[in-house]
Write a protein that binds this ligand. Structure first.
Ligand code: AMP
Length: 360
């Protein structure tokens, strides 16, 4: 069987590495490890610092905000664009993940143009876009839980919450990030709060494996109505998009209780559960031609270091409120309706979170 991750990008020229001129900074695209390493080593001897933003492409303002932060704190920003097969389960559709190479490159060029106006800021210097044979040189790695391969596992952290629903997800994320960090050797790495458990897993990996990089977290970028930006939102379409906003509303309702002084799990979480279950019931009562059915996977109140569920918030540490919902496929898409990419047939999992800050 052909391994789905083994595919290459079209129309990308691999550059000849050389030290970029500070004034005229082009974006260098690398698809091989060795050429990127050579380029990186030369930057190091020139006292430059690299901030690294790993992505799976289909770039949006959430990714761009991390790159802006990286450019503010480093002379050079490296971005990876790689849809990592090992974080997709066997039943998750890796091949349908949106791929928008040319639009992504256009966005990076536009960002560099914007950054040019600020002389104190770094630039996007390099994009690493490997194929899977480069990232996994020994074997096509398995997405089976018991499959073979060289993996990094962070437990029990990676088995909770998202990991409970997607058992190979954090193994895949930690494994690909370990590889990318070893290749890029960045001074700093940038991750979005949007994927909060991922940030906790990566921080733990950096600590436990003594990796020589600093983990920086950027805030979640949202649409005007509160929906967290995600590459997967293109699948929603108007009907499911409207219902999907329930997750951020539910979390806000719980946050409000914390800000009003509540500390017990039940007191904080009940409004979130109420907001989400009333949306579920409202949709269930509509006819199939009008509704977008939604399932709640979890609403969690967890310790910020371990992601274990807590009964009471320790105000010296704060807590993480997070949730995941699934928008089911549209049962009866209507003629001319905006159903999103995939015609409303692709189930869409949305995640979101709010950090309940420590109170002194
Ligand atoms: P992805 O391409 O989805 O793997 O995401 C790449 C990086 O962008 C990860 O660190 C994500 O947490 C981050 N990211 C994705 N969406 C957002 C968002 N709405 N706001 C901030 N960061 C985000």
């Amino acid at each position: 069987m052909a391994f789905p991750g083994f595919r290459s990008f079209q129309a990308v020229s691999t550059c000849v590495p050389h030290i970029p001129n500070v004034a005229r900074r082009t974006i260098h695209t690398f698809r091989e490890v060795q050429s990127l390493r050579t380029f990186r080593k030369e930057l190091r001897s020139g006292q430059r610092t690299v901030g690294f933003v790993p992505t799976m492409g289909a770039l949006h303002e959430g990714h761009i905000s991390l790159m802006r932060q990286a450019a503010a704190e480093n002379t050079d920003v490296f971005v990876s664009i790689y849809v990592n097969p090992t974080q997709f389960g066997v039943h998750e559709d890796l091949d349908s993940y949106p791929k928008t190479w040319q639009e992504d490159m256009d966005k990076l060029q536009a960002l560099n143009k914007e950054l040019q106006g600020d002389t104190s800021s770094g630039r996007i210097t390099a994009v690493f876009a490997p194929i899977t044979k480069v990232m996994y040189p020994t074997l096509p790695p398995s997405s089976e839980i018991t499959g073979s391969g060289s993996f990094v596992t962070i437990t029990p952290l990676g088995s909770l919450l998202e990991g409970a629903s997607r058992p190979v997800f954090f193994r895949g994320v930690a494994t690909v990030c370990m590889k990318l960090f070893n290749i890029v050797m960045p001074e700093r790495v940038y991750f979005g709060q949007k994927d909060i458990q991922q940030t906790v897993v990566i921080k733990r990996m950096v600590k436990d494996f003594h990796l020589d990089t600093e983990v920086k977290i950027g805030p979640t970028e949202r649409e005007a109505d509160g929906l967290a930006m995600s590459s997967r939102n293109v699948y929603l379409g108007a009907r499911r998009r409207e219902v999907g906003v329930v997750l951020s509303r539910a979390l806000r309702a719980a946050e409000k209780k914390y800000l009003q002084g509540k500390r017990l799990r039940a007191d904080i979480l009940w409004p979130a559960n109420e907001v989400s279950s009333s949306k579920m019931m409202e949709q269930d009562d509509l006819p199939p031609s009008k509704r977008a059915r939604v399932e709640v996977d979890y609403i969690s109140l967890a310790d910020p270091d371990t992601m274990e569920e807590i009964e009471v918030v320790d105000t010296s540490k704060g807590a993480i409120l997070s949730g995941a919902i699934k928008l089911l496929p549209l049962e009866e898409p209507q003629e001319g309706e905006d159903c999103g990419l995939g015609g409303g047939a692709v189930p869409v999992r949305l995640i979101d979170n709010i950090i309940l800050k420590p109170i002194n």
